[in-house]
Design a protein around this ligand. Structure first.
Ligand SMILES: [Zn+2]
Ligand SMILES: [Zn+2]
Length: 473
């Protein structure tokens, strides 16, 4: 049925006044040459569109955030008089946004169309996918569908914003399909750097749209929950209309390593260490934190937790059964001075060198409970998110000036990405075999790199959509 529905091509979109105007606006931002390149350079320039609309059918796909950027992912699927939303994240401000704490997408389109909304479907619990939910709920009250761990994190957030009582949450198991009016949404297990992540197959009257959410292909995940290849392949046999796929690592060749490779590196670092060990990582990377705790336990160390978000995340993960901490391993941060350095690990926030975070304050010598000494081994188990490099460098410098030993990702394999590289993106494209392709979750160059990968796998150039976020008009 997909064959009868043609997507408007870029040329026809170009004819509309509005698109021409926004394309021009965008040239200022991403520096797209106005003339279409005629050379045979592999990197082609592409026209950007704000909305995919299917001819002879009322299916519209409108990204409100998450394109030409990493952050505030939110996409609208509209079929006739019904809307479903996929994800609702926030972004952190760039340096030029003085006084801004966080950035949410422009949701006025949803407010205008609030009677059409059937629900919000959430792929996983990272801030760039759930952080905007309280702001959406203040404008429109919508039911939320997610897996157990994702809902656990959403619940914490709504409690904080006093929105929990007024919101309906539906816990969905992987493998289940939810009826959302004319569209149906299937939850498919995937792997990422947070437990319980899913991809969606969205069944619409004009065809199937697969949205990967954030994914990597991890054959040896810590929780044993592998991506559901079988189901993805089955869906791929049903003439999928469109694949929307994670582009974060589209410029990187090869594969992303398994999360479980990190455990081995921790073991090597821990086994003969006589120093106190301090590890900074992302709070939401529950499996990383688990591996740090396991390495500590196996080497006879107690573990103290530092940083509000880390404490809260571990609490939630334990309550919901996503973490398993051996008895008598955790100790209160106030008691760390009772233990010898070689018997202690501290897990902390601040892997991005965020100014107010625990690790940054330790490095600056103004943390109330942890004083860094030359007898500390500090492991930064994360890569700086683009934009944060200089904060992280400053923290490393400060720690080293105190005399601490610092291990970070350029020195040892103590971090792996949660996003798949080119070979994993190829596998996804090969399983799903879509007619049309839309790279999502990425900056312009990542979307373009992903588009090139798709072309190599046989998706025609004109069937690939590079989109930009819709702005309210
Ligand atoms: Zn994510
Ligand atoms: Zn993301």
């Amino acid at each position: 049925m997909a064959d009868t529905n043609e997507i408007l091509n870029n040329n026809s979109l170009k004819k509309t006044k509005k698109t021409r105007k926004t394309t021009k606006e965008l040239t200022n931002i991403v520096d797209i040459p106005k003339k279409k390149s005629t050379s045979r350079k592999p990197r082609k320039n592409r026209k950007l569109t704000e909305e995919v609309r299917f001819k002879k059918s009322p299916l519209k796909i409108i990204p409100l955030g998450g394109l030409l950027e990493i952050g505030k992912n939110i996409t609208v699927f509209e079929y006739e008089d019904e809307i479903i939303i996929v994800d609702c994240g926030l972004a952190f401000p760039t340096e030029d946004m003085l006084g801004v704490d966080l950035v949410v997408a422009d949701m006025s389109y949803l407010e205008k169309n609030k009677n059409k909304i059937k629900g919000l479907f959430v792929t996983h619990g990272h801030e760039d996918h759930i952080g905007g939910i309280p702001y959406l709920l203040r404008q429109v009250n919508v039911p939320i569908y997610g897996t157990k761990f994702t809902l656990g994190l959403i619940r914490n957030k709504l409690e904080e914003h006093r929105l929990l009582k007024s919101t309906t949450l539906y816990e969905v198991e992987q493998g289940t399909t939810i009826d959302a009016g004319k569209m149906k949404v299937e939850f498919i297990r995937t792997s990422h750097s947070i437990p319980d992540a899913v991809s969606f197959a969205i069944y619409t009257p004009v065809g199937i749209v697969v949205h990967t959410g954030d994914f990597k292909i991890d054959y040896t995940p810590i929780d044993g929950q592998r991506i559901d290849f079988g189901r993805l392949a089955e869906i791929g046999r049903k003439n999928v209309l469109l694949l929307m796929s994670d582009s974060t690592n589209a410029e990187r060749k090869g594969f992303t390593k398994s999360e479980s490779t990190i455990g081995e590196v921790f073991d090597e670092l821990f086994v003969h260490c006589k120093k106190r060990i301090i590890v900074a990582t992302f709070a939401s990377n529950v499996h990383r934190v688990q591996q740090i705790i396991d390495a500590s336990y196996e080497n006879g160390r107690k573990v103290a937790i530092c940083g509000k978000s880390m404490v809260k995340m571990i609490e939630t993960a334990c309550e919901l059964g996503y973490m398993n901490i051996p008895k008598n391993t955790l100790i209160d941060i106030d008691l760390i001075n009772k233990y010898a350095d070689e018997k202690l690990t501290i897990i902390t926030t601040g892997s991005q060198g965020e100014p107010m975070s625990a690790l940054t304050r330790m490095a600056a010598g103004d943390h109330k409970k942890v004083e860094i000494t030359p007898n500390d081994l500090v492991i930064i188990s994360a890569n700086p998110i683009p934009g944060n490099e200089k904060f992280v460098t400053k923290v490393i410098d400060d720690l080293m000036q105190i005399g601490a030993e610092v291990v970070y990702s350029s020195l040892a394999d103590i971090h792996v990405s949660g996003h798949g590289c080119q070979e994993e993106q190829k596998l996804m494209l090969s399983l799903i075999k879509p007619k049309y392709f839309m790279p999502v979750h990425g900056e312009y160059r990542q979307l373009i790199a992903h588009a090139e990968t798709a072309e190599k796998l046989g998706i025609p150039h004109e069937n690939i959509f590079i989109m930009k976020n819709r702005k309210s008009t």
